[in-house]
Design a binder for this molecule. Structure first.
Ligand code: IMP
Ligand code: MG
Length: 196
């Protein structure tokens, strides 16, 4: 990982996948693309807590449109029910989606189960259109097809943290997106699905 320092997290960071400059550049590109695609509209952004909170905050500031946003928090039921893709809504939206052009903002698409479930849930709420924005995409792990309209970066099958993404609620404040160092807990890390 060279000279890059990650303060309290130094020991557990294997390498930097995308540094904050690279992330900011890509977020600006996505913002410009979305601005162009939604010209004349008033899109409504929904950030999926907590992982997407930092990406969402940067993305909406890279968009030059009249817009609104909201947040939803989801959690998995646990390993056994994971394959059903059912997620628990821990905090629902504050605003109605009636006649809105909605963009669902996620940190990472892994199996695709979370987004598949959420997209279905939101579609039933009378919205006008729904598109999905994901900062990261791990195609190797996909279990169910989800139409992701805007993707920041495709990544290999590695567990990443930082820029909102956590392992056991930590590392979210790292400005870079990093690969977590694998040790005897690597098994557990790959199987970990708690809060988002
Ligand atoms: P999916 O339902 O398998 O697509 O899982 C999506 C959720 O799993 C994401 O919103 C993250 O919270 C979590 N997740 C998946 N892969 C990673 C990772 O590499 N690092 C951190 N969280 C991850
Ligand atoms: Mg998430």
């Amino acid at each position: 990982m060279g000279a890059k320092q990650h303060g309290p997290y130094n020991e557990s960071i294997e390498k930097v996948l995308f540094d904050s400059r690279t992330i900011q550049k890509r977020v600006r590109e996505l913002g410009a693309l979305i601005t162009h695609d939604y010209l004349g509209k008033t899109p409504h952004f929904i950030g999926i807590l907590k992982g997407a909170s930092i990406f969402h905050a940067d993305l909406v500031r890279a968009i030059d449109l009249d817009l609104s946003f909201d947040f939803i928090a989801v959690g998995s039921y646990g390993k056994l029910t994971k394959s059903s893709g059912e997620v628990r809504i821990l905090k629902d939206l504050d605003e109605s989606l009636e006649a809105k052009d909605v963009l669902l903002v996620e940190d990472i698409v892994d199996t695709g189960l979370t987004l598949h479930y959420l997209a279905q849930n939101l579609q039933a709420r009378g919205l006008r259109s729904l598109k999905i924005v994901a900062l990261l995409n791990k195609p190797a792990r996909r279990e169910i097809e989800v139409p992701v309209d805007y993707i920041g970066f495709d990544i290999p099958d590695e567990f990443v943290v930082g820029y909102g993404l956590d392992y056991d609620q930590r590392y979210r404040n790292l400005p870079d997106i990093c690969v977590l160092r694998m040790d005897e807990n690597s098994q557990k890390r790959h199987g970990f699905h708690g809060f988002h």
